[in-house]
Ligand binder design. Structure first.
Ligand code: F6P
Length: 552
């Protein structure tokens, strides 16, 4: 068994560091060092990252870098790029970086060069997009297919939705795109009500092609299509599959000629760069999809080659570990100041929480330190009027990433400078805070003397709350690709520090299994069912109550 993380000398040095900084305020760190911003910020692949508003000094960062060395981060990074099976519990390589390598580096898995496979699939996607866009591939009544319905869930949905929404300024005119994920029939029914079968292409996106939600939605979409005058033979024109599982795709009834494939070394939540991104390419054009890959590749090169003390994903990861493990901050907010990024937090919830929400280290023993934080977020400025109160004055500290483009796609009056002013003001307020004396001085004699102290305390901000600011010139396919790759590598680095497997997701299995067991115990409408006995009293009681309602 490898040495426990918390027993490492480098870990203990960081615990001492946290004690020595316990009484320090970031405000004073800024006052003390004029060069703090320059020292604790960096730029790569079109992204500028300022991490100076964290409770760290250069020494703290040095100690975090020592921890990274002690955990073999550089070797683990090299192992990922080399196609080693670093996803040990599933015995898989982790090579999403190969999917976007525009320099055509060498990547192999089990001795097989994967680059020709990737290029071939990208060419097929390119040709398919051209056929759909040109009207060469038409629907069963000869009309062009202008509407896409992507049916998938988790990694087969969140990435494509988030990217498609983020790249709305790049949408091809006259095309529309819908995403159906939830097994709640409402999601599919509402979507189908808005589309025309003659002009709709259904994309069934599922790595395994066995996911209950996706298969159920796909079957119902197929039935709906057939009930609208189309024949079985027409299905081939309107249904395509994105998957690693050709056998299941055929069983479902989709010809494997209409399947775009990817491979088991592409994790579900890292798959938007693969065939899973076909909905993106259809909506914004294949050229823009390529640019998205290029942007990610630029960040990949930075991550692979930059020394760790200049390496933005590694530095963000280490700052995250500092906040999580040494300052005991268990929640991290993702706050994009860009309406187009309104699904970013939802996307990163899966990317981060499914990757690093783990309780055992690689050898199966319990972790000795806390792992991934809770991720949540909303676009600014909306969040400011909802949950920021707790971030500013709540009893639990929350760390946050503020993300913004300096230029807007919609330069409407002074909207964007107002947005940017808020993007800058919030981290400043969270860092600086406001002392009771400052509040009192500001209030002056506007408040009766007997109430002054009480009011001043309510208006006091402790500050010292950590944030990162990520700035880009404009939200483009390239900068978006780089942003997502930045987060992917950050998550990887944190997994390495914690010694966990960031690439499996056994935690979602148990619920799936139990749902399968419960399904036959639930009554159809009007059906009688015996009392449930197979579960705990709460679950049995809820089943019985649902069945009574469904019977009546
Ligand atoms: O939620 C578990 C999970 O396996 C995710 O990791 C994955 O992205 C999602 O389900 C969908 O899986 P699939 O693409 O195989 O349908």
């Amino acid at each position: 068994m490898s040495e426990k993380l918390t027993d490492l000398a480098e870990w203990k040095a960081l615990e001492d560091e946290a004690s020595s900084l316990a009484q320090v305020h970031m405000r004073d760190l800024f006052t003390r060092d004029d060069a703090r911003f320059d020292k604790l910020s960096g730029e790569a692949a079109g992204l500028f990252v300022d991490y100076s508003k964290n409770l760290v000094t250069e020494e703290t960062v040095g100690k975090l870098l020592s921890l990274a060395s002690a955990r073999g981060l550089e070797d683990k990074r090299a192992a990922m790029y080399a196609g080693d099976k670093i996803n040990e519990t599933e015995d898989r390589a982790v090579l999403h970086v190969a999917l976007r390598d525009t320099t055509h580096g060498k990547y192999s898995v089990d001795g097989e060069d994967v680059m020709p496979l990737i290029e071939e699939e990208l060419s097929r996607m390119d040709r398919f997009c051209a056929a759909i866009h040109s009207g060469g591939h038409t629907g069963y009544t000869g009309k062009p297919l202008t509407t896409i319905v992507n049916i998938g869930i988790g990694g087969s949905d969140l990435g494509p939705v988030m990217i498609t929404e983020a790249l709305k300024p790049y949408w091809i005119e006259g095309r529309e795109c819908h995403f159906v994920s939830n097994v709640d029939g409402t999601h599919l029914a509402e979507t189908l009500a808005a589309v025309d079968p003659e002009t709709t292409l259904f994309i069934i996106a599922s790595k395994t092609f066995t996911t209950q939600e996706t298969m159920t939605n796909a079957m119902s979409a197929r039935d709906w299509f057939l009930q609208r005058g189309a024949s079985e033979a027409d299905v081939a024109k309107h249904f395509i599959a994105l998957s690693t599982n050709a056998g299941e795709v055929s069983k479902f009834g989709i010809d494997t000629d209409n399947m775009f494939k990817f491979w088991d070394w592409v994790g579900g939540r890292y798959s938007l760069w693969s065939a899973i991104g076909l909905s993106i390419a259809l909506q914004v054009g294949f050229e823009n999809f390529r640019k998205l890959l290029d942007g990610a590749a630029a960040m990949d090169r930075h991550f692979e080659t930059a020394p760790l003390n200049e390496n933005l994903p590694a530095l963000l990861a280490l700052i995250g570990v500092w906040n999580r493990n040494f300052l005991d901050i268990g929640t991290h907010a993702v706050l994009p100041y860009d309406q187009y990024l309104h699904r970013l937090a939802a996307y990163l919830q899966q990317a981060d929480m499914e990757s690093n929400g783990k309780g055992v280290v690689m050898d199966g023993s319990a972790v000795s330190a806390s792992t991934g934080p809770v991720i949540f977020g909303e676009p600014g400025t909306n969040g400011q009027h909802a949950f920021y109160q707790l971030i500013h004055q709540g009893t639990d500290k929350i760390s946050a990433d503020f993300i913004a483009p300096a230029l807007s796609h919609n330069p409407l009056g002074d909207h964007h400078v107002k947005l940017l002013a808020n993007f800058l003001a919030q981290p400043e307020a969270l860092m600086r805070g406001k002392t009771t004396d400052e509040v009192k001085a500001e209030l002056g004699d506007s408040i009766p003397a007997d109430r002054l102290d009480m009011i001043a305390r309510h208006k006091t901000f402790t500050g010292n709350r950590p944030t990162n600011s990520i700035l880009m010139e404009r939200l483009t396919p390239e900068t978006l690709g780089a942003l997502i790759a930045l987060y992917e590598h950050k998550i990887f680095c944190q997994g390495v520090i914690w010694g966990i497997n960031s690439f499996d997701q056994w935690g979602v299995e148990l619920g799936k299994v139990l749902a399968k067991a419960i399904l036959p115990e639930l009554a159809e409408r009007g059906q009688d069912k015996p009392a449930a006995t197979a579960h705990d009293a709460s679950t049995n009681g809820l089943i019985d109550r649902i069945n009574r309602i469904r019977k009546s």
